[in-house]
Design a protein around this ligand. Structure first.
Ligand code: MG
Length: 314
């Protein structure tokens, strides 16, 4: 039985919409719009924001001007502003922009890693060694996301031990904050619980975060399963935007609004003001020029009884 006493007091939400979300929008947003989005997330009380990616604009025009975005955002003390880096060159550029944290990424499956970044997992880890050395010199922590951690579009279901082994290799180079990404939105709540339990049992030194996609409608159920298993860190995206061009069928990220609504209704603190968050969603919709999939944004936040009687609406 689900009881309030078994749930945590507080959960950390990291909003990834300025990077993971906008990266997959067909129309690149201007630097000013991306800065404004980050500032609105900060104003809504989001404690952790994935601001941008230092990847060549030749590959991702959506992330062009990453250094300018980092320079122009208004940084609030206590908020962590993260930059994603694909390789040591990206890390060098990112470190010059003074992020609070660097984030690297690797796939749990060899095939996906090769399709995504054109090298083996071991080659990716070789690059991370150099990135960790560079970041250590600037006293900037490095975190990682393991994509396709639950299922791979090419290799199918990913065994828990593969993800654990990879995480232990990351931890040995000083990366102890690791997010597990359900890149294709195929994970189920039981699988999530088993994964989190396996980490608590076998690798308690690793701080696990979870990142869900809602392709099959399981993202919020997976979040709850993660919380019940003891995870308190989640990545979500404003509006539920995002996807992956390298993962056939990849859909949107779990919407920040939907996660925050569910958590606050259960009495779990996030520090985020849902109404102010939806001010950011309104801006996001106008900037990207299309509607967003967030259910809470469409339905509205806390339900206010209307007093209308006799309406049969099923
Ligand atoms: Mg994602």
């Amino acid at each position: 039985m689900l009881e309030r006493a078994d749930l945590p007091e507080r959960v950390e939400i990291k909003d990834v919409s300025p990077r993971d979300g906008l990266q997959f929008e067909p129309k690149p947003l201007s630097v000013s719009d991306r800065v404004h989005l980050v500032d609105l997330l900060t104003a809504a009380g989001v404690p952790h924001i994935e601001v941008t990616s230092f990847v060549s604009p030749k590959w991702l025009p959506q992330m062009a001007g990453a250094n300018e975005v980092m320079a122009r955002i208004e940084r609030k003390p206590g908020v962590t502003y993260t930059a994603l880096v694909p390789n040591p060159k990206g890390a060098e550029l990112a470190l010059a922009a003074k992020p609070d944290e660097l984030m690297v990424f690797v796939s749990a499956s060899e095939t996906h890693n090769y399709k995504n970044v054109h090298c083996s997992i071991s080659e990716s880890l070789g690059g991370f060694h150099r990135i960790c050395d560079m970041a250590r010199g600037e006293a900037v922590p490095v975190t990682a996301v393991i994509v396709t951690a639950f299922a791979c579009p090419y290799e199918g279901r990913v065994p828990v031990h593969s993800v654990l082994d990879l995480s232990v290799r990351l931890e040995s180079m000083g990366i102890a904050d690791i997010t597990l990404g359900d890149t294709v939105g195929a994970a189920n709540p039981l699988q999530v619980a088993e994964m989190v339990h396996a980490f608590r049992l076998n690798a308690p030194m690793i701080r696990v975060g979870l990142h869900f996609h809602d392709n099959r409608g399981t993202a919020l159920a997976n979040l709850l399963a993660g919380i019940m298993a003891g995870c308190v860190r989640f990545e979500t995206a404003l509006g539920g935007i995002g996807g992956s061009p390298f993962s056939p069928g990849a859909g949107g990220n779990l919407a920040t609004e939907d996660a925050v609504y569910c958590l606050q209704e259960m009495g779990i603190k996030t520090g985020i003001d849902l109404e102010r968050l939806m001010d950011a969603t309104r801006f996001l919709e106008s900037a990207i020029g299309h509607s967003v999939p967030s259910r809470v944004y469409q339905a509205g936040g806390r339900m206010v009884p209307t007093g209308v009687e006799g309406v049969i609406d099923g």
